[in-house]
Every structure is written in C-alpha cells, then in structure tokens.
Design a protein around this ligand. Sequence first.
Ligand SMILES: CCCCCCCCCCCCCCCC(=O)SCCNC(=O)CCNC(=O)[C@H](O)C(C)(C)COP(=O)(O)OP(=O)(O)OC[C@H]1O[C@@H](n2cnc3c(N)ncnc32)[C@H](O)[C@@H]1OP(=O)(O)O
Length: 219
Amino acid sequence: MTESTTLDIWNPGWPDPFRPTVDADDEYADLVDALREVQEAVTRSLPTPEAAAEAAATLREVARQMRSHEVDEDTQIAGKRWDIPGKAHALAPVLHIDTVTDTTATGRVTVGRFHSGRYAMNGGVTPLIFDELLARLANSAGRPWGRTAYLNVNFRALAPLHTELTVTAELVGQEGRKRFLRGAMYHGDILVADVDGLWVELKPEQTQNISKDLEGRDR
Ligand SMILES: CCCCCCCCCCCCCCCC(=O)SCCNC(=O)CCNC(=O)[C@H](O)C(C)(C)COP(=O)(O)OP(=O)(O)OC[C@H]1O[C@@H](n2cnc3c(N)ncnc32)[C@H](O)[C@@H]1OP(=O)(O)O
C-alpha cells in the first residue's frame, strides 16, 4: 500500500460548480488546449517510425518539464476550471454550458476522432459528458455535495463526430439524501442517448476526508 494521506475534500464555502473555483490562468487553459490538439493529431496520424520516435522524444521532454512544476491534487488546476468548457482537463470533452436554472441545465458538445469509437462517439465518452453536466447540476444551487451512485445510459442512435450535439439535464426528484437526475443528448431532433442518474449526498464522515473511503487500499 502506498502511504496514506489526508485529503480534505469538503469545504462548505465551495462555490456553485457552474462558477469558477480557482483563479483564472489562461496560459494554463491554453496549455490544455494544446494538449487536446496533440491528442487529436496523434489519433489521426500514422507517422513513419522516425517521425513517431521524434514526436515521442518531444512529448517526453514536455512531460519532464511539467513534472518539475508538479503540485498536489488539491492545488492542481486541471478539472477545476468550471468557468471554461472542458474545465482545463484534457480527457474531458469540451462541453459549452448555455443555460442553468436550479433544476435544469443545457449545453453543447462536439467531439473529434480522439473520442471516437468507430466513426461515431465512443460509448464510454457519452457517460463522461452526461456525468459532467448532471453532476454539476446535482451539486449546484446550494445543494451539499453528493457523489454519483449510478449513471444508467441508453444509447439510442450513433452520435456523429465533428458535429454539435445538444445535452440537457434535469433534477427530477429528491428523497432524503438522494437526488435523481435525467439527461438527454440530441443530434438536431434525433435523440442519440439518454440517462438516469442518482447522486447521494455525502454523510458528515464522508465529507471529512476521502482517505477514509480508501483506507487499506492501494492507490
Ligand atoms: C480548489 C477547490 C476545487 C474543488 C473541486 C473539487 C470538488 C470536489 C467535491 C468533492 C465531493 C464529491 C466528489 C464527487 C465525485 C464523484 O462523484 S465520484 C464519481 C464516482 N462515484 C463514486 O465513486 C461513488 C462511490 N460510492 C460511494 O461513495 C457511496 O456508495 C455513495 C454513493 C456515497 C453512497 O454511499 P452511502 O452514503 O453509504 O449510501 P447509503 O447510506 O448506503 O445509501 C443512501 C441511499 O442511497 C441509495 N443508494 C446508494 N447507492 C445506490 C446505488 N448505486 N443505486 C441505487 N441506490 C443507491 C441507498 O439504497 C439508500 O437509499 P435509502 O435507503 O435512503 O432509500
């Protein structure tokens, strides 16, 4: 087991997840955009062995540079820029959030070949997009933080690449600590996927530190 650390993950002062949580650092956001460009370009390429070796060396040099700026997870920016599409996280599809109310949210997303299965969005990417929008809604409007308990996705039609898709989310019910959400993804008028999700509000002991949940496990 690796050494256990205490990570305080609960702070009642955290703002609504539709708003920024860390100071804007647009150079960092630009770095993540550049990384996305690399992901897409590498996915689309079949370089010669020489070109592949040269690019690998360049990328390892970038990794070396970034390791010299390493910070802990509470301090990192990646995934926390809730004010910009994609939250400055290279894995996240770039989701533009258009409308937000206390119980609904809508957004738009376009994915390229990096997120492709075969000529259409990969089936693992669709839940990633739903989780992004539904989790924010579940944890917004002053609702205490909850974790995703399930995310049941139905794939209704192929979701095309390089094409803007609309995503909707709605809080449909609340029972005690449980929040039920529903979402849908459309290509124009065509329903490509829908989802039912449950978020469970964290108990006090779950909000103190995440290491309790991970105790005794390798990580
Ligand atoms: C600079 C600052 C930047 C900060 C910026 C970062 C912010 C950061 C914030 C961190 C705060 C959270 C961070 C979230 C991050 C994820 O959402 S993680 C995403 C993946 N999800 C997980 O890993 C969750 C893993 N699972 C769990 O932790 C636990 O199972 C859960 C979901 C918390 C529930 O556990 P529990 O609280 O012990 O639940 P329990 O009391 O047994 O059940 C409560 C009710 O829910 C029902 N339930 C629970 N699970 C299920 C299920 N799967 N299906 C059906 N019903 C269920 C139970 O039946 C029960 O129902 P009732 O009997 O009350 O009717």
